[in-house]
Write a protein that binds this ligand. Structure first.
Ligand code: PFF
Length: 453
């Protein structure tokens, strides 16, 4: 029986910033600029915003509506909303596995960010006798103990926030951190665009190249845009549901989702402006792929005016963005434990921390001790990222969509009533068929193309 009194956020702003802080993460500051860079810049941005509005937003709303409608997190929400006798709630065990998998590698990348923050602050990463590529590969292959220590700092941070609870821990951390992130981002962006030649980067980022456009090129940009929408919203693994379970009903879910998507896109675009301007000012390409942040950017910090200061601030910003995202994943697993097994918050935090300490080890050692371990040609960390983003998040989103829209689940009538309850923007009824038939098909397309890629 679930009889404990549920904790609450102090304010509406607190919940919205917590949900936005979960969406804003490495995906905005690191992934969005490099995906935009390798997919033609401005055209990618236009397609991305369309995908976010027409596909991302409805997907985000399904999870928000289940959490708010049931006032419960993943551990109990579907049990409460499903038609009597149905078995939807069994899927929660699959969904929570996705969140646990993310806890296995995301803190490791945050560990790298912490290491780079310290290394740039101290200056040892700016050694002119080595290239940034050499420094990075030396770190991941020869210094796994340092990487493990930094990873555990990230895990400890999450555990401390969750331990203190919703108001004192999560809300008190995510709210000021999000505000700090926005402030830092605006300042760094301003500095980057004041650099010589920065306007070339801005032109590349904002002016679409419409020559040479083929259908297959548009298709591949669309695929990249959809993948980014899924990654940045982080739907399908129950985190949004956990935070939504604390939401009030004063404003419609449509309004709240628009605000979250707006903040998320604002951060991604500012990060893109900052990175494009900085890269072009130093004559370095923005299409370096995953190595953009840990190699290209560090090379830039070495040569730009006030590079060390810019570098330290940049990694601080990245840390805030990433840690607030993983706090949300950690919290969703913790609240799953509380709701599902009826244990205290502190016990749940303890168990989830122990799980985290163990499951991050393979990812930390994936380029050293376990460098010969590979799954389908991918190293451990890449494989964990692939499985969580392309399988768990996508299938989880599909499941929530079918649950909300189908009469065998919660049902479209209940769903529409929930998302439109409160003041603000409402979704007109004529969207029903779009939601029921188009959204699941799009999610399936993302699933199949993601697996094939
Ligand atoms: N939304 C996060 C980002 O943009 O970095 C990524 C993410 C975090 C996805 C947590 C999923 C998740 F559960």
């Amino acid at each position: 029986m679930h009889l404990k009194k549920r904790e609450q956020f102090r304010s509406r702003l607190g919940v919205i910033l917590a949900i936005a802080s979960s969406a804003v993460g490495l995906g905005n500051v690191w992934r969005f600029p490099y995906i935009a860079g390798s997919n033609g810049g401005a055209l990618f941005i236009v397609l991305y915003i369309l995908c976010l509005l027409f596909i991302g937003l409805p997907i985000l709303m399904t999870e928000l509506s289940i959490g708010r409608g049931a006032h419960k997190s993943l551990g109990h929400a579907m049990d409460d909303l499903q038609p009597a006798g149905s078995k939807w709630h069994y899927f929660k065990y699959f969904i929570v596995l996705g969140a646990i998998l993310i806890c296995g590698y995301y803190p490791v990348i945050i560990g790298w960010v912490i290491y780079y923050f310290v290394g740039l602050f101290d200056g040892f990463l700016l050694d002119p006798s080595k290239t940034s590529k050499e420094v990075f590969s030396d770190f991941v292959t020869n210094k796994p103990a340092d990487a493990l220590l930094c990873t555990y700092v990230a895990v400890f941070f999450c555990a401390a926030c969750s331990w203190l609870g919703i108001k004192k821990g999560i809300e008190r951390t995510t709210k000021p951190m999000m505000i700090l992130l926005l402030l830092f981002l605006v300042l760094l962006c301003g500095y980057a665009i004041s650099l010589p030649n920065a306007e070339k980067g801005l032109e590349k980022f904002f002016v679409p190249e419409l020559t040479d456009l083929s259908l297959s090129k548009i298709g591949s940009i669309l695929h990249a845009a959809l993948g980014q929408v899924f990654f940045t919203l982080g739907c399908g693994v129950g985190i949004i549901m956990a935070y939504a379970s604390y939401m009030g009903k004063k404003k419609t879910i449509v309004s709240e989702s628009l605000i979250v998507c707006g903040i998320d896109t604002f951060v991604a675009i500012l990060a893109g402006v900052m990175i494009f301007a900085a890269c072009y000012s130093q004559g370095i390409g923005v299409d370096a792929g995953v190595s953009l942040v840990f190699q290209s950017m560090v090379e830039i910090f070495k040569h730009m005016p006030m590079g060390q200061f810019f570098g330290v601030s940049f990694f601080f910003l990245l840390f805030i963005a990433a840690i607030t995202s993983i706090i949300s994943v950690f919290e969703s697993v913790v609240s799953f434990g509380i709701d599902c097994f009826n244990i205290s918050r502190k016990k749940s935090v303890l168990y989830v921390s122990i799980i985290n300490v163990v499951i991050t080890v393979p990812a930390v050692y994936s380029f050293s001790t376990f460098s010969n371990v590979s799954f389908f040609g991918q190293d451990i960390i890449t494989f964990e990222d692939f499985v969580s983003s392309n399988i768990f998040m996508v299938l989880g989103s599909l499941l929530f969509a079918v649950f909300c829209y189908s009469r065998y689940g919660w049902g479209i009538n209940n769903y529409m009533a929930e998302i439109n309850e409160g003041h603000g923007v409402k979704l007109p009824n004529f969207f029903r068929n779009y939601l029921r038939y188009v959204i699941p098909i799009f999610i399936l397309i993302v699933f199949v193309t993601g697996i094939m890629s």
